[in-house]
Write a protein that binds this ligand. Sequence first.
Ligand code: PMP
Length: 388
Amino acid sequence: MPIELSLNPLVESIKPSYIREILAASAKPNMISLAGGLPAPELFPMDLVQKALLDVAQVPDYFQYGSTEGDVALRQWIANAWRTPAETLDHDNVLVTTGSQQALDLIARAYIAPGDRVLVESPCYLGALQVFKLAGAEIITIDQLDDGPDLSQLEDALKLAPKLFYTVPDFHNPTGVCWSRDKREQVAAMISRRDVIVVEDAPYRELRYEGESLPQLSSYLNKVSFRLGSFSKTITPGVRLGFVIANRAMLAPLITIKQAADLHSSQPLQHMILQMLEDPTFGEHLARVRDEYRRRRDLLCKLLRDQFGSAVSFTRPHGGMFLWVSFDDACSDIIAANALACGVTVVPGTAFLDSDCAASNSLRLNFSYESEDVLAQGVSRLHSAVYM
Ligand code: PMP
């Protein structure tokens, strides 16, 4: 007799990831991918990887169990790189995680009880929505405007005593929005008066193509916050290494939970990443990545303008990997389905909304993965899909 297995109702409440399905479709021959948040594999620093792996392979100790917090030297590197002049960060303030996705999961498990309210920008990174919903959180959304969140909505939402505010101020996924300095200061002033945990997720912060780098939201806060970073976008996502920065007391429960989850992140790969970061040519690698993504972003903007004219609206992002494109009077789910039939994958705006019945006339287009020639073909296919 087959056993009836009942799932945790929280798991049943999670939308199956449309993006995962789209990514599977993107792997089909001749499919052009404007969907995933994938970095360009031809820009992976494979020469540095090879050199570092050969060196790491000389040290059996690196292949032993390690500490849950992560390698001390890598943590110190991260603390030095992310420290602001006013801070005294050191390795004790850094936990190395299995991608920044794990940091989100650990924070939710440590701090969110079922029914707690969590504020997010809308649209929101799907991976974060999933984590908070699995923890049983009640999600409260705040519209993302061109320069950051809608402040009157944020003010109202803060009155509901939320436990946590999750945000991506630098080149937000999916909209590409980078909060203005003014918004950072205003949001920090509003939040500082409240008892809310801030989670500032910054995987795209180092992918800036123009303009000056702005201080992180957390640097304005006179209270505890979590800052998340990742090596996925600047090195390679397959190494699955990221980190979370916070004060030691806030990190302590995360370390306990990580110990139960996976003991620690890969030791050999932590050593490989550290060696690459310390290589004198690493800065050239980053500059090459930024130059290429800037070119691809500019090309995608031009192609959209040339082919769609005033039928689309978008704001050219100053960094990151995504363009958020809105169509007059259109349904993003239909465009995405037609696009798939025309051989190009895109993500409909509905994938980033909390509600199952919400509609969207926007698409998220990725510009980091495909080469310039392929991007051009992709936009032609998208044009056929929209006017099908
Ligand atoms: N946060 C955001 C906003 C992301 O876009 C992603 C990946 N797409 C992640 C976190 C997770 O990144 P990783 O686990 O690869 O570090």
